[in-house]
Each structure stands twice: as C-alpha cells, then as structure tokens.
Design a protein around this ligand. Structure first.
Ligand code: PLP
Length: 354
C-alpha cells in the first residue's frame, strides 16, 4: 500500500533523492567506497559541500549579496544559543509565536536583555501578533517564520530597523520571499530539505564581529565561514542528502514552482476543513500555515473511526504535537498533491458515513 507521509519532522523527502542517497551509501560515484566512509576533505566531498552551499544561496536569490551559507551541527536548537552568542551585546527583540520561539527566547536571556515585543503564548499560539512596536535600539529582531507545532505562519513580516533573524526550519524553500530582508536565516534540515543532523545557516557577513565577548570557535559563525563549514567534521550524509534535495528543487523550477504546488495542497486541505462540519481548524484563518495544518474533530467520539480510516488509507504521521493534540498535516515540499487528495477524500468519507 502507498503510504502518505504527513510527518512533521523528520519528514518526507523526494523518492528519487532517497534512491540516489541509498546508492551513494553503498557505492559513491562508482568509487567502490561509501559516501560515509570517505574523508570530508576529499575532493568528492568538498565539491558536495560547495554545491550544497551555492544551491542554497542561488535558490534563495542571495548570491553575490554578501551572504554565506553554512551547514553546521546541533540542530536549530543550537542556533537559538549561537545567534545570541554572536549577535546579542545589549538587548534584542523576540516575537513569541510558538514553542520554538519560546525556547529561543530562553536561550538568549543568558547573553543580554531580551524584549518580548509580541506574544500569543497566553492564547495558545493561535495567531501571529501584529502591529507591534519594535524599538530601534536593539541588536536584532528574532522571529520564527512558521510555527511547526501550532500551525501559524507569517504572511507578512514586520519592518524593522535592525538585523532581522529568522528561524525558518519548517518553511525554508517552500515559498518565494525577498530573502534579502533577512540578515540571518537558519533551518534544521529535517523539515524541508534533508535528514536530521545538519542545520543550514545563511548569514550576511557584515552583521558579524560586533560583540565584545570571546566566542568559542565552535560557536563562532566567523570561524565556520573561514573554514567553509569544515571547522570540524560536517554531517556528511545529511549535507549530501540536503544537496540532492536542493538539486531536485532546482530541477523542478526552484522555489516559485514548488510554491504553486504548496499553495494548491494547502487550499485543498483548508477548504475541506472549513466545509466539513466534522472538522475545525486550530488557528486564526489569516495566519494559517501552508506547511503544517492543524485541526480537530468537532465530535471526538469519531476519533477511533477517523484514525482507522486514515490507517486504512495509508495516511501516516497525522497526529498533532504531544503538547497540542488533535491532528496536524505537514505538507512539506516533497509531499505530493495526491497525498493531500487522499486525506481530503477520507475526511469527506467520514462526513458521509457519520
Ligand atoms: C523542529 C524545529 C526546531 C528544532 O529543531 P532541532 O533541529 O530539533 O533543534 C526549531 N525551530 C523550528 C521552527 C522547528 O520546526
């Protein structure tokens, strides 16, 4: 049976990417060696890293604009700390739109004053706070573009007179944006671009080097830039698979092409959620995420039946985050429109039979 993988992360990757990756694990480029048993300093791997970095910049439209792309370890969670270590001297502003923003705020507090300029925490993170007053005397503004757990997403970003830092872990490469508005973007690979184990960081070099504290090498963006992501052994497999996924995206026509499909998928699912009386969306409509759609059954007694129907239909990974409950359909780049179609058919089937 075909499985439709709606997992929030680690999550679905294109089948052809998985096939190429499997082959490379057994015999990389007909070398008789596995990709994961060769030196990261070999020509073969260095060219993979170069390609992964240049693909990230070119897909985002950030080539020759003073940005560097890095592939580091530690997940997005380490960037919560590393961002503050490298950039927070006096005070920084944060917008709290979900668990991940909240964690970023907690980490930053060790380095300076943290102003929470907007928050929807008390309202269960059901919306994106808007019309915020953001002070100008800040080192940076940090926000999370897509809230993986609750299912909200920025449709319009606040204007700010300071470096803009964004955790894009769960929607990077999913929609066209003017990425040059951002001074530092980071994303754990395992949501929309590869396996767990590496984090993409795209940083405008000119914002670095301004804090007075000593930064340990492994936490210093400048050190990683100087060593081209090879200060220590990179997560070779995760970087390779990310590179394959970005090549797949480029061959498809880049972000603009995938955005069209992503919008179609989201429209299809949200219109079912809105039209079917057995379901209700969790968050404010205008802030709905195109990547992670969260919803609940209006009649909980139908839960066992709906879950069974999903299972029979090959729907996998639809459970909501353990902190929210309900359902969450993650529709990352590699999830085909057809899979959303299968889910929507099951939802309308439930209505017919209920
Ligand atoms: C998953 C996720 C994280 C955490 O990523 P790790 O790689 O597990 O540290 C952070 N931010 C967002 C938006 C996420 O979706």
């Amino acid at each position: 049976m075909k499985i439709h993988n709606f997992s929030a992360g680690p999550s679905i990757l294109p089948k052809e990417v998985l096939e190429k990756a499997s082959q490379a694990v057994l015999n990389f480029n007909d070398s008789g060696l596995s990709l994961i048993e060769i030196s990261h300093r070999s020509k073969d791997f260095v060219s993979i890293m170069d390609k992964a970095q240049s693909l990230a910049l070119s897909l985002l439209g950030l080539e020759n604009k003073g940005y560097k792309a890095l592939y580091l370890q530690g997940g997005a969670s380490l960037e919560f700390l590393r961002v503050a270590y490298n950039l927070l001297e006096q005070k920084a502003a944060y917008i709290n739109t979900g668990t991940w923003s909240d964690n970023a705020i907690e980490e930053a507090k060790a380095f300076g004053e943290v102003l929470e300029v907007g928050s929807s925490k008390k309202q269960g993170y059901k919306f994106i706070p808007k019309n915020l007053v953001i002070p100008t005397d800040i080192d940076y503004l940090h926000l999370t573009s897509n809230n993986t757990i609750y299912g909200t997403q920025y449709q319009q970003f606040p204007e700010v007179n300071a470096p803009l830092i964004c955790d894009m872990s769960s929607d990077i490469f999913s929609r066209t944006l003017d990425f040059s508005k951002f001074d530092l973007i980071y994303a754990g690979a395992q949501k929309n671009m590869g396996p767990a184990g590496t984090t993409l960081i795209v940083v405008k070099e000119s914002i670095l080097g301004k804090v007075t504290r000593h930064i340990p090498s492994i936490l210093d963006y400048k050190c990683h830039i100087a060593k081209e992501s090879m200060f220590n052994t990179p997560a070779v497999f995760a970087v390779y698979v990310s590179m394959l996924t970005l090549s797949w995206l480029q061959d498809l026509g880049g972000i603009a092409a995938i955005e069209k499909i992503n919008r179609k998928k989201a429209r299809l699912l949200y219109s079912e959620i809105d039209l079917n009386p057995l379901f209700s969306g969790y968050v404010a409509k205008e802030d709905r995420s195109y990547m992670n759609a969260t919803f609940n059954l209006t009649d909980v007694t139908l839960e066992a039946r709906f879950n069974e129907m999903c299972k029979e239909g090959g729907i996998s990974g639809l459970n909501g985050h353990r902190s929210v409950g309900g359902y969450r359909a993650s529709m990352y780049n590699a999830l085909p429109l057809e899979s959303v179609g299968v889910l929507v058919d099951i939802m309308s089937d439930l209505e017919r039979k209920a």
